[in-house]
Design a protein around this ligand. Structure first.
Ligand code: 5GP
Ligand code: ZN
Length: 116
């Protein structure tokens, strides 16, 4: 499926729901998470709808991961964190709540920055 009308991230891609964009190219969009676990918490998503890592074609995974260093460097410059996590949840049991594949990028600021 390339687009899911019920999907909140597809709506962000279409511009139906606003988001603060951090990075965009032909295949990938990165935008600030609405619920900032740490300052600069960003989601990186493919523009086509794939529900999770099991459904993600390798070439789409390649495009998403190719964008990650660019997003990470933009966040590093903007927020000056001292570390960064890159995470991906697949399935409800793993904490996935939006079923459009995404990576979380979490800038880290030291102990007590809101993320274990
Ligand atoms: P998950 O739990 O599926 O790994 O992560 C989904 C993420 O999407 C959550 O961190 C949540 O805050 C974020 N999110 C959900 N709805 C929206 C939205 O409408 N806009 C933005 N920017 N982020 C959203
Ligand atoms: Zn979607």
């Amino acid at each position: 499926m390339s687009h899911d009308e019920q999907c909140i991230f597809c709506k962000i891609i279409n511009g139906e729901i606003p988001a603060y964009k951090v990075y965009e190219d032909e295949h990938v969009l990165a935008f600030l998470d609405i619920s900032q676990v740490t300052k600069g918490h960003t989601l990186v998503i493919p523009k086509k709808h794939h529900q999770d890592i099991y459904a993600l074609p390798s070439e789409v995974a390649g495009a998403v991961f190719a964008a990650v260093p660019k997003v990470a460097n933009a966040l590093k410059a903007a927020y000056e964190p001292i570390g960064m996590n890159v995470l991906n949840n697949n399935g409800e049991a793993a904490g996935q709540t939006v079923f459009h594949y995404h990576l979380h990028i979490l800038p880290r600021y030291g102990k007590g920055d809101g993320f274990g």
